[in-house]
Design a protein around this ligand. Structure first.
Ligand SMILES: Nc1ncnc2c1ncn2[C@@H]1O[C@H](COP(=O)(O)OP(=O)(O)OP(=O)(O)O)[C@@H](O)[C@H]1O
Ligand SMILES: [Mg+2]
Length: 282
């Protein structure tokens, strides 16, 4: 499984005078679930595209530093090699459907066909991906007849069938209803448990705190920190980056209730446990 390393990564869109990514460095272990947060325009999507190699292979502009997946530098990497290492899922499921396929099955097969995978192997991978994402029962459906959550899971299955070691998801649930959000988050959690390294940009801090091993906080193209959800959301200076911590963190902070290491809880479970312990002490 893959390590992902950014070394002084810089990027400027063509015609722009600001750096969308400004000297970003981090190292992520295989199988980590990394949340990417920051206010609008902070560089989340740009970072997602740089990890997936769309920047600078597809989007031109000024690029500096390196993004490595294991030993492979994404810049200039062969498209086939890149697809077997890293896949990307975007915000709007509708934009990811080819529009040329009549069934969910054919839609998921599309990427694999382009990779020239033998038939039998392809079939095996597809069945596996559809099962994992709980969409096998829709395989004969017309792709546009799916709900948003089902469609997004279909997009993820298409990427998953290519067996990437790293999966990047840029706000994959922001267009979905609560049911669809849950379906997709649970699906991504399963992928993470299979050892796939996950990068996920997301605005919902409760969910990102719950799912992430570590969080990358961006501000104006710079990396503010990469740390555990508790460490990130316990920072005193979050407001200045336009990020509001999860509601549980705010409640605990207002009540002056901290964990032993001085951080505040970030999930419902952590907060409940802490408040219960506090009551027992009183
Ligand atoms: N295609 C583009 N051309 C020029 N500038 C761009 C382009 N895409 C993004 N930018 C600029 O790059 C910076 C980072 O944008 P980016 O889309 O990565 O932010 P983001 O954190 O994903 O924002 P959001 O929360 O709105 O999705 C912003 O200043 C944005 O205006
Ligand atoms: Mg974005």
């Amino acid at each position: 499984m893959a390590y992902v390393t950014a070394q002084h990564l810089k990027y400027q869109y063509p015609g722009s005078s600001d750096l969308a990514l400004n000297d970003i460095s981090f190292s992520v272990r295989p199988g980590e679930f990394i949340g990417i947060v920051g206010k609008n325009g902070s560089g989340k999507s740009s970072l997602c595209q740089a990890i997936a190699g769309l920047i600078p292979n597809f989007y031109k502009g000024a690029y500096g530093g390196k993004l490595l997946i294991d030993e492979m530098e994404v810049r200039g990497a062969d498209a086939g090699a890149l697809c077997s290492k890293v896949g990307i899922v975007f915000q709007n499921p509708f934009n990811q459907v080819t529009g040329a396929k009549l069934t969910v099955y054919e839609e998921i097969a599309f990427g694999l066909e382009n990779l020239g995978i033998p038939r039998e192997e392809m079939k095996r991978r597809m069945e596996e991906a559809m099962e994992l994402l709980h969409i096998s029962q829709y395989k004969e459906r017309y792709p546009f007849d799916l709900s948003g959550g089902q469609m997004q899971r279909m997009a993820i299955a298409g990427i998953l069938a290519m067996r990437p070691e790293v999966m990047v998801l840029d706000e994959p649930v922001s267009q979905l209803d609560p049911q669809g959000r849950r379906e997709v988050f649970e699906a991504v959690r399963l992928l993470s448990r299979q050892g796939i390294t996950i990068f996920m940009a997301e605005h919902n801090m409760e969910q990102i705190a719950d799912f992430s091993d570590r969080i990358i906080l961006l501000h104006e193209g710079r990396l503010v920190c990469v740390d555990t959800p508790r460490a990130v959301f316990s920072r005193d200076d979050l407001a200045q980056y336009g990020v509001q911590p999860p509601v549980f963190t705010r409640l605990a902070r207002n009540a002056g209730v901290r964990l032993e290491d001085g951080t505040y809880p970030v999930t419902l479970e952590e907060a409940e446990e802490l408040f219960a312990a506090k009551r027992r002490m009183e």
